[in-house]
Design a protein around this ligand. Structure first.
Ligand code: ZN
Length: 372
């Protein structure tokens, strides 16, 4: 293993932040896999999972069992990690710009689209390498002014040529679920099954500024659409893996998730050995456009009636919202059949607040599919 330190540009006078990546195996041998965590810096379950996984990788590497190139980024957001404000940790948005740390990644298809056109052939392997080389070249030329931009580009440089790039997050309170772009659903099946995902939410572009995973996986199907007469493979399975809720940190879950990722790495040939038989899928993928967000009808205390990960039917009571002064109590009900895969961590709701999400099978939403 070797460690790389990526100093971020744009820091304030007298400060300097850097991103650290841990590299196992050898570049150019076997599949390249990038696993990063805490891009939203207050989402910590993945930190403990990678803590367990790195110990396994160190042991495996010392016995020659790392067959691919594996990059761990154990803390992907040193800017957000520092944002402790009035005893609260605010890690989702950069305080200076209010931009979400997981939005506005570079549009790689746009960056390399012109340049790769004349170089494409009828050989998909050749095309994959041409596109990866162009992405590396273009990203190497970017000179960032701000720390936030520098962070986004550093993460892209580490992952643009990966076969698999997993971005480990969590929701407020949640069952384990994945976001993945629709063209990659087949590739994501093994990941979902080893992890035991309770929901797999797909879209083709999430429509809210390019997320990290979308930037990495989307470049391939976007270029394939631009150059339909050339075979361009779906060469980077990237997924946002929501490792349950914000307080589901460590313990047995972390050990189990690290093992599941190790089995997945075996399955794709990044490390040696035979994984255990692949578990059955715990869900069918559903469109993100079919996910119902439940809202508080008025302000009040939230009294949830359903645990995350539960199957619900349209009409089921999910929560009561109790307004204590007027004595009003209102029910919040599922409007679709599906899995309640996430709910809020707060118990005081303002009117209209998102209270939970149900993964329904039928798309009904249009426009942006993610919150800002
Ligand atoms: Zn997140």
């Amino acid at each position: 293993m070797h460690t790389q330190r990526h100093v971020l540009a744009g820091s304030n006078s007298g400060t300097e932040r850097s991103l650290v990546s841990l590299h196992y195996g050898r570049a150019g041998h076997g599949p390249k896999v990038v696993l990063q965590t805490a891009l939203h810096a207050d989402e910590l379950p993945g930190m403990v999972v990678l803590h367990h996984l790195r110990q396994r990788l160190e042991a495996l590497e010392s016995s020659g069992q790392v067959l691919g190139e594996i990059v761990l980024i154990p803390m992907a957001n040193p800017i957000g990690l520092d944002q402790q404000v009035m005893y609260a940790h605010l890690g989702r948005f950069e305080l200076n710009t209010m931009e979400n740390f997981n939005r506005y990644y570079p549009d790689l298809a746009l960056m390399v689209g012109e340049q790769v056109g004349p170089l494409l052939t009828q050989d998909p392997d050749h095309n994959r390498e041409v596109i990866r080389a162009a992405m590396r070249e273009q990203l190497a030329q970017v000179q960032s002014t701000t720390e936030l931009d520098s962070l986004r580009h550093a993460l892209m440089r580490l992952a643009c040529d990966a076969d698999v790039a997993l971005d480990l997050h969590c929701d407020f309170e949640a069952a384990l679920h994945l976001y993945v772009e629709h063209p990659y659903l087949e590739q994501a099946d093994a990941l979902s099954r080893y992890l035991g995902a309770k929901a797999v939410l797909w879209a083709e572009g999430f429509g809210t500024g390019l997320c990290y995973d979308e930037a990495l996986s989307g470049v391939w199907w976007r270029l394939a659409a631009r150059y339909p007469s050339h075979p361009i493979p779906l060469a980077c399975l990237s997924s946002t893996v929501e490792l349950r809720g914000q307080t589901d940190v460590g313990g047995d879950w972390a050990i189990r998730d690290a093992q599941a990722l190790e089995h997945y790495l075996q399955h794709i040939g990044a490390i040696a050995g035979h994984p255990p038989r692949m578990p059955a899928a715990q869900c069918e993928p559903t469109p993100l456009a079919g996910s119902q967000t439940l809202h508080a009808p008025h302000a009040g205390v939230v009294d949830y009636q359903v645990a995350v990960g539960s199957a619900v039917k349209a009409g089921d009571l999910i929560a009561w919202v109790i307004e204590p002064v007027q004595g009003q109590r209102s029910g919040v009900y599922a409007e679709v059949d599906g899995v309640l895969y996430a709910r809020h961590i707060l118990r005081w709701a303002h009117a209209g607040m998102d209270l939970g999400k149900v993964a329904g099978a039928t798309a009904f939403k249009t426009g942006p599919l993610l919150s800002p």
